[in-house]
Design a protein around this ligand. Structure first.
Ligand SMILES: Cc1cc2nc3c(=O)[nH]c(=O)nc-3n(C[C@H](O)[C@H](O)[C@H](O)COP(=O)(O)OP(=O)(O)OC[C@H]3O[C@@H](n4cnc5c(N)ncnc54)[C@H](O)[C@@H]3O)c2cc1C
Length: 383
């Protein structure tokens, strides 16, 4: 029997989930192309910046798919020929497909603000968190007199989570080195409150929690530039020893370069998450109601996987139904804020739920034995 050639681009939440779901189905020949040779579990990646980089955050794709029928290709796609159904990578490597799935995620956007690309740190890749960790360690252990103003830009869930864990880590490092360090951690947000997309009640609770952890919060604070030792906010130069930028993301230019129709700065998709004939776009790239969350990316992958099976069985495809995500943001040790629609919850219970969600995600993304290895490897700095 001729196998359907399924090419999946992007080894993130959507791409890995889809490849994993269909890996046992012999009717598909699956190729997973990714610019990284590892899967990045973003929700816990910031632990790496705080000395706890573990397999839970960075999992080699070969470990996930080594014993399966999925062919993993480490390369970056650059060009698409929709007519001949061919996708091209760097070094002129190309792949023919019957079905193409694109899930390229997002990359950091500095909105053209001067100096950020050169001086700020990030928490979006293995390399970035390692670099940030080395910088913090170097600052804390240095024998020279140092400024210790740690500024985290972006008061959304990622910035809040990092800010909540940072004071504990800095104290831990300074105890280890036997050096008393006078430091400040400040969360900088351009909107009028932290967690601006959540309810006002949640913003207030999170702000209170951050304050109790010793984190300062600056709101209505517009970053205008950065140099080696200052961050310019609302026209004022603030001394900084470390700036972490978590504030902006942008979709890959691959889509505009290959004539995809855009909507709400994401790719326009139909009721089957198709952007064109036999081309599906998932996760952060697709213009769906809850795009931008790992849960949505996995939901999209499950949906498209089921429809691809229906397609090769000559059944009608089902229409996409968006799934409201449960948002849990841990803030410091054993405390988290949970939001599910209008339901909100704070404290240790959501914190446990977050850990349960992590376990479940790994079970959905990896073969069971690998998932067990990943889950038991979790090192949780700042918890
Ligand atoms: C710091 C941080 C914390 C987060 N925390 C949470 C959270 O707690 N809960 C939650 O639900 N969501 C969270 N998110 C959001 C969540 O991680 C994303 O929604 C999710 O990763 C989207 O999945 P995806 O498959 O669309 O893209 P990704 O997971 O980003 O995967 C994209 C993949 O495509 C590859 N790629 C990119 N360009 C190319 C190319 N040209 N060729 C080949 N491969 C390419 C990349 O290397 C990557 O492997 C967080 C995000 C960040 C950055």
């Amino acid at each position: 029997m001729k196998k359907a050639k399924l090419v999946i681009v992007g080894g993130g939440f959507a791409g890995v989930k889809l490849a994993h779901d269909l890996s046992d189905d012999e009717r598909f020949a699956i190729t997973l192309i990714s610019s990284r040779d590892y899967f990045c579990y973003y929700p816990s990646l910031y632990h790496g910046a705080l000395g706890g980089l573990s397999r839970e955050s960075i999992i080699p794709l070969q470990d996930i798919f080594g014993d399966t029928r999925v062919t993993v290709v480490h390369n970056r796609v650059t060009k698409l020929d929709k007519k001949s159904k061919k996708i091209f990578c760097r070094n002129n490597q190309s792949f023919e497909y019957d079905y193409l799935v694109l899930a390229l995620g997002v990359s950091t956007n500095y909105f053209g603000i001067e100096g950020l690309d050169k001086y700020s740190y990030g928490i979006k890749s293995r390399e970035e968190v390692k670099e940030l960790n080395a910088h913090i360690k170097e600052k804390i252990t240095s024998r020279e007199k140092q400024e210790h103003n740690y500024l985290i830009v972006g008061g959304g869930p990622s910035g809040v989570e990092l800010a909540g864990a940072m004071p504990g880590y800095i104290r831990h490092l300074s105890e280890q080195t036997g050096k008393k360090v006078d430091f400040s951690v400040t969360l900088v947000e351009a909107a009028g409150r932290v967690m601006p997309r959540s309810s006002k009640a949640m913003s207030r609770s999170v702000k209170r929690r951050l304050k109790n952890l010793g984190v300062k919060v600056m709101v209505n604070a517009h970053v205008q530039g950065e140099d080696a030792s200052h961050l310019t906010i609302n026209g004022q130069n603030i001394v900084s020893s470390c700036v972490v930028w978590t504030a902006g993301m942008a979709i890959s230019t691959f889509y505009s370069e290959n004539n995809f129709e855009m909507h709400n700065r994401r790719v326009a998709v139909n009721a089957y998450l198709e952007a064109d004939d036999d081309i599906y776009v998932l996760g952060d790239n697709a213009d769906t109601p809850y795009s931008g969350m790992a849960q949505t990316a996995m939901h999209d992958a499950k949906f498209v996987g089921q429809n691809l099976v229906r397609k090769i069985e000559d059944k009608d495809p089902r229409s996409y139904k968006a799934q409201k995500p449960i948002c849990v943001t841990p803030v410091g040790p054993r405390w988290a804020a949970l939001q599910y629609g209008k339901v909100e919850m704070y404290g240790i219970l959501p914190w446990f739920l977050r850990h349960a969600a992590t376990t479940r995600a790994h079970i959905e993304l990896e073969p069971i034995l690998q998932a067990a290895r990943t889950i038991t490897s979790g090192v949780r700095a700042g918890d």
